[in-house]
Write a protein that binds this ligand. Structure first.
Ligand code: ZN
Length: 178
């Protein structure tokens, strides 16, 4: 699971092309009614969204370079927000409405960021639907944030993303069958 540091699907796709990486699915739901998906990599083919990465299963087995093992979903979300003069801004300088931001507790902060752009219910529903569809094709062993497989290098999808909720809804077998 990733955010693209963008707030439109077009920008999310353009960022992947410009920076030469591709997730399988790129999604956006700007108003919770309009659900948008673009697929840049065929399901089952290797994406290039994870970069240098590793994951250790509860059994102790570690896998490296998760591009070879994962389906990537990029979500159109700007991620961390900066507060200046009482207003919130994306890291690329767009003013962000306070009602579309969440404030996180210090222990939940990733780096120095206190405010994060909300994920819309439509986006969370879309991510969950994609994960469930993938699970029917090939059992999903876990649902991971980029920060979990590239710690210290990546902070997406960030504390505003309900990773535990999506994980429990899709209910992967928690590393019992790697
Ligand atoms: Zn990422």
């Amino acid at each position: 699971m990733h955010y693209g540091v963008t707030h439109t699907l077009d920008a999310l796709v353009a960022a992947q092309k410009a920076r030469n990486f591709k997730a399988h699915f790129s999604i956006d739901s700007p108003d919770n009614r309009d659900l948008r998906i673009t697929q840049l990599v065929r399901y089952g083919k290797r994406g290039t969204h994870a970069g240098k990465s590793a994951w250790t299963f509860p059994s102790g087995k570690t896998i490296n370079s998760l591009n070879s093992y994962s389906t990537g979903i990029e979500i159109s979300n700007p991620g961390p927000l900066e507060e200046k003069d009482g207003k919130l801004f994306t890291v690329y300088g767009k003013e962000w409405p306070r009602e579309d931001a969440v404030e996180v507790e210090p222990e939940q902060r990733f780096g120095r960021y206190r405010f994060w752009a909300k994920y819309s219910p439509g986006e969370i529903a879309l991510v969950t639907a994609i994960a469930l569809a993938c699970n029917r094709r090939h059992p999903v062993k876990d649902i991971l944030g980029h920060h979990e497989i590239s710690p210290g290098r990546k902070i997406d999808p960030g504390p505003a993303f309900p990773l535990d909720w999506v994980r429990s809804f899709v209910n992967p077998p928690k590393g019992t069958t790697e």
